[in-house]
Design a protein around this ligand. Structure first.
Ligand code: CP
Ligand code: NVA
Length: 307
């Protein structure tokens, strides 16, 4: 049966951990100049309903580095669900490509693509989650700290797609994940429930808290994301009023004595959720994290496509 990569909760803990180990080895091989094509002649169709820098470029270059090829389909070209049904688009793309990666608004769109495609479908971000980002995030923490189990990760800001993948992936691999979000902007209760059950099995924990200062007190790693995700632009002015106490700045970091690194999936809105001093500071892991999108996704592609 074909495998998809839609949400981290569909991945078993050992499978997620082995993806991270594969990413580490692919990264080391590439940097050592060992460039054996692992997916020669294989193709990836990339469907975008929203803009992207990292996801588009890292999947495209990742396929190239693996000996394959990626085709970019812009929002205007494909008009998923408008020009033709998602089911038909999935059926057609399955006749041309070995896998489909899709960045969508409604999570149900990527689920439907997977339902009707006969090739693996990878979620390149939906309004529910961002599992490829989650893999890169866990990979970065593992590389920097040498472990995930027992690491305290605090996310500050909007309870969005990026937080959902972090909660599930972190809890699955034994991390203590804290989410500090303003009232009314927390993660989905269903995600918290899944993450809590995973944490019970892994020895990790999940904590929701409103106070940003309390949330960072025992943190090893801090994480933030935009206050206004793609598709929520109409709410930007209101959100700019609500979220400032959750900004990662030097003052907040001074309340977090154990913090070793700061993460942000990017794009960053400097001066909003993160300051320049932190984004460019000595604890910033932002660009190693962005690089790891490439290595993490190469591992996902090899995992799904290698015979
Ligand atoms: N982090 C991330 O997914 O970046 P893009 O929106 O640029 O792909
Ligand atoms: N939460 C953000 C992530 C961007 C990579 C969004 O959905 O726009």
């Amino acid at each position: 049966m074909k495998r998809d990569f839609i949400a981290l909760e569909h991945t078993r803990p050992a499978e997620l951990r082995s993806l991270l180990d594969l990413a580490i080895s692919l990264k080391a091989d590439w940097k050592a100049g060992h460039r054996d094509p692992l997916l020669p002649g294989r193709t990836l169709a990339m469907v975008f309903q929203k803009p992207s820098l990292r996801t588009r470029t890292s999947f495209d270059i990742g396929m190239y580095q693996l000996g394959g090829h990626a085709v970019y389909l812009s929002p205007d070209e494909i008009q998923l669900g408008h020009r033709e049904s998602i089911a038909d688009a999935a059926r057609v793309l399955s006749r041309y490509s070995d896998a489909i990666m899709a960045r969508v608004f409604a999570h149900s769109d990527v689920v439907d693509l997977a339902r009707y495609a006969s090739v693996p479908v990878i979620n390149g971000l939906s309004d529910y989650d961002h599992p490829c980002q989650g893999v890169a995030d866990l990979l970065t923490i593992l590389e920097k700290l040498g472990q995930l189990k027992g690491v305290h990760l605090t996310y500050l800001g909007d309870g969005n797609n990026v937080l959902h993948s972090l909660l599930i992936g972190g809890a699955m691999l034994g991390m203590h994940v804290t989410a500090a979000t303003p009232d009314g902007y927390g993660p989905l209760p269903g995600v918290v429930q899944i993450a809590s059950a995973l944490a019970d099995d892994s020895g990790g924990s999940v904590r929701l808290i409103a106070d940003p200062v309390k949330a960072v007190a025992d943190a090893d790693v801090l994480y933030t994301d935009t206050w206004t995700s793609m598709g929520q632009e109409d709410e930007a002015a209101v959100r700019r009023q609500v979220f400032p106490p959750y900004q990662i700045n030097e003052e907040l970091i001074s309340q977090a004595p154990s913090v070793q690194g700061v993460l942000h999936c990017l794009p960053a809105h400097r001066g909003e959720e993160i300051t320049d001093a932190v984004a460019d500071g000595e604890r910033s892991w932002l660009f190693d994290q962005a690089e790891n999108r490439l290595h993490g996704q190469k591992a996902i592609l090899v995992h799904l496509l290698k015979e």
